[in-house]
Design a protein around this ligand. Structure first.
Ligand code: GLN
Length: 538
């Protein structure tokens, strides 16, 4: 029988429910349990695919092509197990399902209401992954903060769920904040007390409190919290600010969060969590023997969450190479042919980011011209790869004003073109080329050397593609298609023959990099940057 853990948040947003959920899941997994995490988000979009990155950070894409919340990225990076559409559900999806059922007459004769119809649909979705029989434990992270109007149906669903399943089969972990007031020189528990009171008003007694704090929480304060919030002292868990999110599982282990959870769920403790590999990863991460500076050129740089998975992929690849990767955000709108050198010459490598629309694209192309001509290691992702193709077309092949039809539908040389099966698509949301597709690698290329095999699969999210009408011309001039989809013959990877490292992928490698499996292209890119840095100092 599957057991359920709900993670709610109180006091303020951004306390890191996703990291706490992923860390707990990691510890339970390391004790031999099979665990998955799902996220329920209270907004009305069907999924975050239609949200601007400034609104909600990166849109994370799963193997099965779901456009999801970026917390699913943390789940995969920590657990090294893929998630799916079922792992992310929004208010919009719940209402859409209920309204569809209403139109099909499933509630015929009844008034359709938030309680019970919406809450029933929420509970049905909360059980879906558990019912596959694949998981001992399902962790459900509730987006938003307790007390928000829009979270109410979810909280009510959790109350009912807990009551239906019984105290030992479904528990609630509430994440709160214990602020430190410098003027008083004290940690303050009142916001936590209030937030637990709010939960109690909705009929939920949390089983465990995880308290975010800048300072260590003394036993006295823990006792006070326990007394006012009706929990055991050992169920008051301290979560101190960590220097890296990858420390959090070990911090939670020290606080015995996993043990407390298992005893509340009446599950055997099994073995102590096997975190050896994780510790090795952390050891390499924290004791680098070299350092590189990588420029991340994009147009959403004001909000680092927009590039979450890319940043984390650099952490994984850095650890693998025992190299500290310093990522410098560079706004693509600020780069021009005459300042490219000044903006880029101090870097050991440049990644040109994914993106949509015309803003900032010329700066990306100017960046690529500089790194191509100056042998700076380059990695282009999705739009970044497309820009590399445009740049090569314009400046090497002499295709004047070569472009993507995303920017100029009338381009004389449409070297990047809308994919055939996208041409009749008008609906937005879930309609791009999404999810995992196979790719065959050409022997003797950098891509092949990185992966060390001929058949791979990677995740996608795009509407435009390399225009194969130009392929022969490109390959002859030294930009080769080193990765191709075996079925559709879409170009998935381009690279330059005469360059130390110049690789562009139409897919998103950052979505598949995990602590256990750093992505090979990121690992090789960082290695190339290390080489470049070494040569520079010589
Ligand atoms: N805008 C480009 C396309 O749709 C690239 C998308 C991306 O970078 N994810 O093809």
């Amino acid at each position: 029988m599957t057991k359920y853990i709900f993670v709610t948040g109180g006091v303020t947003s951004s306390l890191g429910k996703g990291i706490i959920s992923a860390s707990l899941a990691k510890l339970l997994q390391a004790r031999g349990y099979s665990v998955t995490i799902q996220k329920f988000d209270p907004y009305i979009n069907i999924d975050p695919g239609t949200l601007n990155p400034y609104e909600h950070g990166e849109c994370y894409v799963t193997e099965d092509g779901a456009e999801t919340d970026l917390d699913l990225g943390h789940y995969e990076r920590f657990l090294n197990v893929p998630t799916s559409q079922a792992n992310n559900v929004t208010t919009g999806r719940i209402y859409q399902n209920v309204i569809n059922k209403e139109r099909q007459g499933e509630y015929l004769g009844k008034t359709v209401q938030v309680v019970p119809h919406i809450t029933d649909e929420i509970k049905r979705n909360m059980r879906l992954l558990g019912e596959t029989g694949k998981y001992d434990i399902v962790i459900t992270e509730l987006g938003g903060t307790v007390g928000d109007i829009e979270s109410l149906p979810f909280i009510e669903a959790v109350r009912q769920f807990k009551w239906e399943e019984g105290a030992h089969n479904a528990i609630v972990i509430h994440l709160t904040l214990i602020p430190y007031l410098a003027a008083a020189g004290e940690l303050k528990t009142k916001p936590t007390q209030h937030s637990v009171k709010a939960l109690l008003e909705y009929g939920i007694q949390p089983d465990i409190l995880v308290c975010r704090s800048e300072r260590s929480i003394s036993l006295d304060i823990r006792k006070k919290i326990a007394l006012f919030c009706n929990v055991n002292v050992n169920a008051v868990i301290e979560s101190l600010d960590a220097s890296t999110i990858y420390d959090v599982p070990l911090l939670m282990m020290k606080e015995q969060l996993d043990k407390t959870v298992l005893s509340k769920l009446k599950l055997p403790q099994r073995n102590e969590p096997d975190m050896e590999k994780w510790k090795e990863f952390l050891g390499r991460l924290k004791n680098p023997t070299s350092e590189v500076k990588i420029g991340l050129v994009g147009k959403y740089v004001e909000l680092p969450d927009a590039y979450k998975s890319i940043i984390e992929s650099f952490v994984h690849a850095g650890s693998r190479n025992e190299c500290k990767v310093k990522v410098e955000y560079i706004h693509s709108e600020g780069i021009y042919p005459d300042n490219a050198k000044e903006k880029l010459s101090h870097l050991d490598g440049v990644l040109v980011a994914p993106g949509f629309g015309s803003r900032g694209i010329e700066g990306k192309i100017d960046t690529i011209k500089y790194v191509r001509e100056n042998n700076v290691p380059f990695f282009g992702i999705c739009l970044g790869m497309q820009c590399a193709v445009i740049e090569f077309g314009r400046n090497v092949l002499g295709l004047k004003d070569a472009n993507t039809t995303e920017i100029n539908e009338e381009a004389e040389y449409p070297v990047i073109n809308m994919m055939e099966d996208q041409k009749n698509v008008t609906a937005k949301g879930g309609t791009m080329r999404l999810g995992s597709y196979p790719c065959d690698l050409k022997k003797g290329t950098k891509a092949f050397a990185a992966y060390g095999k001929a058949h791979i699969s990677e995740r996608h999210r795009h509407r435009y593609e390399f225009n194969n009408a130009y392929l022969a011309q490109y390959e002859e001039a030294g930009m080769v298609a080193s990765g191709m989809n075996p079925d559709s013959h879409l170009v998935e990877i381009v690279e330059l023959k005469n360059h130390p490292f110049f690789v562009g992928g139409q897919f998103h490698p950052e979505l598949k990099s995990t602590v256990a499996n750093p992505h090979p292209l990121f690992v090789k890119f960082v290695a190339a940057a290390m080489e470049f840095a070494k040569k520079k100092t010589k």
